[in-house]
Design a protein around this ligand. Structure first.
Ligand code: SF4
Length: 230
């Protein structure tokens, strides 16, 4: 993008959810040094739990409210302010496999009058491992969540869109972080006085909320049993 459009015509924007993994913030700093650019950082001032409390709703994989409030709406506001005549192309970093997300994003932004492009998804298609190798070749350190087995490096591995497996991985690798989220969820449940949770339990053919606390107890209990068997 820099080569094609020139440094003076490209802006780099990062929408901070305030709970990203520290290796992501380091990665941004490294990219700035490597490319000789400034990444502008914006934030709503709230993390996703604070958004859920204010909106009186806990986001989940079907309704990722936080994504709308902390990223899309903030981006739209910035765009309207800086490019009131829509004379801008949005470059979004989806991979070629994320066809659904690209289609939705394209539709939504086109509807608002903005052009969208997905440089990481353009042909020839590159796997995530190729992209990572490329960055490493340039001496950029990959944000650690990828190496640790997280599919996405968002919200410090604690994304409301992620499933049970990723939350279990978070519990295993970052127990303090997991416990912090667990406490936030409990606080909101108490505040709303409702049986609501990020995750859902579908065992036995009945769907019900699965709190992070319940998942932790269940996971730790299972690990305990497995250790006992050895
Ligand atoms: S990464 Fe996940 S948890 Fe974070 S704002 Fe986006 S949808 Fe919400």
């Amino acid at each position: 993008m820099l080569e094609k459009y020139g440094k003076e015509n490209v802006k780099f924007w990062f929408f901070d959810t305030l709970i990203e993994d520290e290796s992501l913030y380091r990665f941004l700093d490294q990219c700035e040094d490597f490319l000789g650019i400034t990444i502008e950082r914006f934030s709503d001032g709230r993390n996703f739990w604070e958004v859920f409390r204010d909106e009186r709703f806990i986001g989940n994989s079907r309704v990722p409210l936080c994504n709308r409030v902390l990223k899309r709406e903030l981006l739209e506001k910035k765009l309207k302010h800086e490019f009131p005549f829509n004379n801008v192309i949005l470059f979004l970093g989806y991979e070629y496999t994320e066809t659904d997300r690209m289609e939705k994003a394209k539709f939504k932004w086109n509807e608002k009058g903005y052009d969208v492009s997905f440089p990481l998804a353009s042909a020839p298609h590159q796997e995530k491992v190729d992209l990572i190798n490329k960055l490493q070749k340039y001496g950029l350190e990959i944000p650690r969540l990828y190496d640790l087995g997280f599919k996405h490096n968002n919200c410090g591995g604690a994304c409301v869109r992620a499933g049970i497996n990723q939350w279990q991985l978070l519990l295993e690798l970052f127990p303090e972080r997991y416990l912090w989220h667990e406490r936030q969820e409990q606080k909101i449940r108490n505040y709303l006085n409702k049986d609501v949770a990020i995750l859902r339990d579908r065992t036995g053919g009945v769907t019900k909320p699965l709190t992070l606390r319940k998942l932790r107890l269940r996971t730790n209990g299972k690990n305990f049993l497995e250790r006992g068997k050895k």
